[in-house]
Design a protein around this ligand. Sequence first.
Ligand SMILES: C[S@@+](CC[C@H](N)C(=O)[O-])C[C@H]1O[C@@H](n2cnc3c(N)ncnc32)[C@H](O)[C@@H]1O
Length: 229
Amino acid sequence: MRGKSILGPASGTGFYSREFRRRGATDVLGIDISGEMVAVARELEACDPPGVRYEVGDVSELRPLERRFDIATAVQMLNYAQDVAAMERMCRNVHRSLKPGAEFFALMQSPDFVSDGPSLEKYGFLCEATGEETETGPRFRVTALLDPPIEIIATAPRREVYEHCLRAAGFGEPIWVPVDVSDAGVRAFGADFWADFVAAPHLRCCAAAPDGRPGVFRPSDSYMGDGIE
Ligand SMILES: C[S@@+](CC[C@H](N)C(=O)[O-])C[C@H]1O[C@@H](n2cnc3c(N)ncnc32)[C@H](O)[C@@H]1O
């Protein structure tokens, strides 16, 4: 990502936006629907200014941006779409904001995740199916094991819903990218700690290119830790 411009739709408090900038991205724009999340991101920017711009905005209603970006990364965004039409609009708006030759990476709960598999407790989460089904996929109760714990009801869209919305927006064939544990993650916690994750990753990345090429995936790319350069 060195030298690239990066759009971060649903940037939250800017964790990834700041990381992309630190790793050499030249221009990073984070957009989030929550004014509170953007306020925290801007506060962090004020403490340690790495040069990320933030805006409050709904990506499903995003205006045309002044410039187009080399890369868009949406970490836990598409799964927030209320229905298929909203996810399609998110994808169209990201597509319109990318240069030809760019790439879109979306990270989300794996569509293959089953809540009766290994517990995620050691990774700081609990995730159980509520039994409800929405237009995009099943609902889950996700508990972040903080002090106090935070519980949200999340939707995990089905694989074909993501693929349909990306194609309908004009992206080329989406590629489902394996999410690996980085060497730094193994060094920090040990291989045993990650064994459950490796056996059944609860996160998945989908890559798609805006100009009809199949999504590009280089095996050296890795989401967790120090693999993205
Ligand atoms: C789980 S958080 C992830 C935040 C960030 N991507 C990260 O990983 O640190 C999901 C974020 O999506 C934002 N969001 C949900 N729907 C959105 C929309 N339609 N447009 C923009 N942001 C949205 C929420 O406000 C929230 O900050």
